[in-house]
Design a protein around this ligand. Structure first.
Ligand SMILES: C[S@@+](CC[C@H](N)C(=O)[O-])C[C@H]1O[C@@H](n2cnc3c(N)ncnc32)[C@H](O)[C@@H]1O
Length: 236
């Protein structure tokens, strides 16, 4: 998978995404991340990427032309048109199913980060394929949202996570929250690790984990529990 990010603050995205697991995946070539400075595409005499909103009101709006020029430059360098996503509080709220579908469907994604009051609406009409929100609240810019989106997409690409870090047992992947995790020591401040995890009995451990997943989903996320795939036997 290749992800291109268009932003006024490429360093913010670089810092967040080129560390740890995703950073290793970039080094190994499992994913490619490219960061594009929107200002490099402001070719008017004042090199402006934003301007005041028509109709008045507060703040500044990102101009259409630099965004279009940057996206078109990415398309021509790639020799294809990536799926173009605008990070926006007005978009579909991100969840694991959207990530799964997107990772399966697209090898090339371009993410646009807005700033100030947002972007000229005509960019959405002319170029953007999809708007994605990371939650019902407003950030100052799209960079943090883009990092959340890119990180959670990249970790689903084969080869990014090692077997031990596999995402298919994690919270949300199968509609349940993950079971509780423990590590050494087996007793910490008088609290013991559940005996079954020390037993070495794989089938019992698997059953215990499945039950814990169901129980904690019911406790912490009743909305997810209501629609989770759980057998009659497990409910009993
Ligand atoms: C201050 S916001 C603009 C909000 C816009 N005026 C509105 O009310 O819909 C600036 C930028 O941050 C990003 N942003 C803010 N909240 C977001 C969210 N929940 N999810 C994704 N991106 C968000 C978008 O790229 C947006 O263009």
């Amino acid at each position: 998978m290749r992800i291109d990010i268009i932003t006024l603050f490429p360093e913010m995205c670089r810092c967040a995404l080129l560390e740890s697991i995703i950073g290793r995946a970039v080094k190994s070539g499992a994913v490619t991340l490219e960061f594009h400075q929107l200002r490099d595409y402001a070719f008017d005499k004042h090199k402006r990427v934003d301007d005041t909103p028509y109709g008045g009101g507060m703040g500044m709006v990102l101009k259409a032309e630099p965004i279009a020029l940057c996206f078109e430059d990415i398309c021509s360098k790639l020799g294809l048109r990536p799926h173009f996503v605008y990070m926006s509080p007005q978009g579909r709220v991100l969840n694991q199913q959207i990530l799964k579908d997107t990772a399966e469907k697209y090898d090339n994604i371009c993410i646009l980060c807005g700033h100030y009051e947002g972007i000229d609406e005509r960019v959405l009409e002319e170029l953007v394929d999809e708007e994605i929100s990371i939650g019902d609240y407003v950030l100052t810019g799209g960079e943090l949202a883009a990092c959340v989106y890119a990180d959670s997409l990249c970790r689903m690409v084969p080869g990014v996570l090692s077997d031990e870090e596999c995402f298919t047992e994690e919270s949300h992947y199968n509609g349940l929250l993950e079971y509780p995790q423990y590590t050494k020591p087996s007793v910490w401040r008088g609290r013991e690790v559940p005996q079954v995890l020390l037993s070495g009995h794989h089938k019992n451990i698997e059953e215990w984990r499945r039950m814990q997943s169901i129980i904690r989903t019911r406790e912490k996320r009743p909305d997810m529990y209501k629609i989770a795939k759980i057998s009659e036997f497990e409910i009993e």
